[in-house]
Design a protein around this ligand. Structure first.
Ligand SMILES: *Cc1c(COP(=O)(O)O)cnc(C)c1O
Ligand SMILES: [Zn+2]
Length: 435
């Protein structure tokens, strides 16, 4: 293992990577720790050429860059290795040079969270813990439950009762111990934090566990590699707790440190209007160490957070790369689901659709200090979770664009050809006018 220790993202104090070490002693929970590696040593065993020759497609192809011993058993469900699909029609629609979608809906449990939970479970095994717990809006929980089912570890899950049904169904089917909290994600988070110490469980909570972002960073390593080590100009990431965007930043920084890419992309964080703590802080120049929580309310449940738990890393991702924070309302998020689906074949859940809505806004011209994205830019959008996660959310989006099926009674005469032609014409017209 090439992990040399942990460093506080707030006060830069160093810690050894030991069982039971989560956050900074001096800074408390806001003092999320960052994993530190010996890059010179990594560069000797992991190179662009060694990667090109490696038949392993999953995230474990980057194992020397992860906090996991080579002897530790890891998930065999094929986490990572998701497609990066070029989306020409969407690029044309928004006037950007080139656009690719990283489709994280294609993970074993259908969201990007599999990358994080895979690392947390491996760390738990490495530290000798049998049971892993997390609070979650749903996807981190489903990922932990599903991958734990694969490895035979135990998962204890705290989710808000408002979590979409499909996510709760995953938890129950995967055999996790599920605690349904009558309240918000933030309530579930506090309950989990209060309970974890009493049982000695391994804590996977976002912003607390120093290693989950290490898993998430593999999405950036994959994007860089899939683009033949030419970093995109801009990348759009939807943000709740800020852990994914922090991981994306770390992954590109790792690639830069190792000389695999020669510059960083501008990282854009996209938040829902009803849950825009970080965007608000950025616009008003507020300090995320002292800014009080907001009261989150959005249809995009995966990015609903009163107080983003990984806010320090998230803010750094945008500020250090010259990106921006974009806010999109629920109307734009929901109607983006059928637009992206019909124009690319990638099927996003509401939180994933938010990232596309953010690109559409940023491509619309400069506003609120957000650097414009335009015709000369090579852009990546991370589609963080599958539309199958929240069918009710998808149907709300479909309703908004007026897409309806043609109801038909089965009978001997079949369908009236003039009626079909008229309906098809309207259908094509409708598809064209969606923006
Ligand atoms: C968790 C999640 C996000 C947001 O990630 P954070 O790390 O909380 O910012 C976005 N989209 C989906 C589908 C998610 O599950
Ligand atoms: Zn600190």
């Amino acid at each position: 293992m090439f992990l040399t220790g942990l460093r506080c993202t707030v006060c830069a104090r160093s810690y050894a990577s030991e069982p039971g070490r989560y956050v900074c002693d001096r800074c408390g929970d806001v003092g999320t720790l960052d994993a530190v590696y010996d890059y010179a040593a990594i560069g000797k065993v992991l190179t662009q050429a060694s990667l090109a020759a490696d038949p392993e497609r999953s995230m474990w192809r980057y194992r020397p860059l992860l906090p996991i011993d080579s002897a530790t058993p890891v998930s065999q469900l094929g986490v990572g290795g998701t497609p990066l699909a070029e989306a020409e029609r969407l690029a044309h629609r928004w006037g950007v040079g080139q656009l690719w979608i990283k489709d994280e809906g294609r993970q074993p449990t259908a969201s990007l969270k599999d990358r994080a939970s895979a690392v947390a479970l491996a760390r738990a095994a490495q530290e000798g813990a049998e049971t892993v717990t997390t609070a979650s809006t749903g996807n981190a929980a489903a990922a932990l439950a599903g991958l734990a089912a694969g490895t035979g570890q135990n998962a204890v899950i705290f989710v808000p009762e408002t979590a979409p049904e499909a996510k709760v169904a995953q938890l129950l089917a995967y055999g996790a111990f599920v605690i349904l909290v009558e309240g918000t994600y933030d309530d579930a988070f506090r309950m989990c934090q209060e309970t974890v110490g009493r049982f000695g469980w391994y804590n996977r909570n976002t912003g607390i566990n120093p290693y989950v972002g290490e898993g998430k960073k593999t999405v950036a390593l994959e994007i860089a590699e899939q683009m033949r080590w030419e970093a995109p100009d801009a990348i759009f990431v939807s943000v709740g707790d800020g852990s994914i965007i922090g991981g994306v930043h770390k992954g590109f920084r790792d690639a830069l440190e190792l000389g695999w890419i020669d510059r960083m992309p501008r990282i854009y964080g996209v938040q829902a209007a009803g849950s825009s703590y970080l965007a608000e802080a950025w616009l008003k120049g507020e300090d995320v160490l002292t800014k009080p929580p907001v009261s989150a309310d959005t249809a995009a449940d995966s990015i609903s957070a009163d107080l983003p738990r990984d806010r320090v890393k998230a803010m750094a991702a945008v500020v250090d790369t010259g990106g921006g924070w974009v806010v999109v309302d629920d109307e734009a998020i929901l109607s983006m689901i059928p637009t992206v689906s019909a124009d690319s074949g990638v099927f996003p859940e509401p939180a994933a659709a938010a990232a596309f809505a953010g690109l559409a806004r940023a491509a619309d011209g400069p506003q609120d200090g957000v650097p414009e994205v335009g015709a000369s830019d090579r852009v990546v959008v991370i589609s963080s979770g599958s539309g199958l996660k929240d069918i009710r959310g998808v149907m709300r989006g479909v309703d908004r664009i007026g897409a309806v099926p043609l109801p038909t009674r089965p009978g001997p005469d079949g369908l009236d050809p003039t009626e079909i032609s008229a309906r098809m014409e309207r259908w094509i017209e409708n598809l064209r006018k969606q923006t």
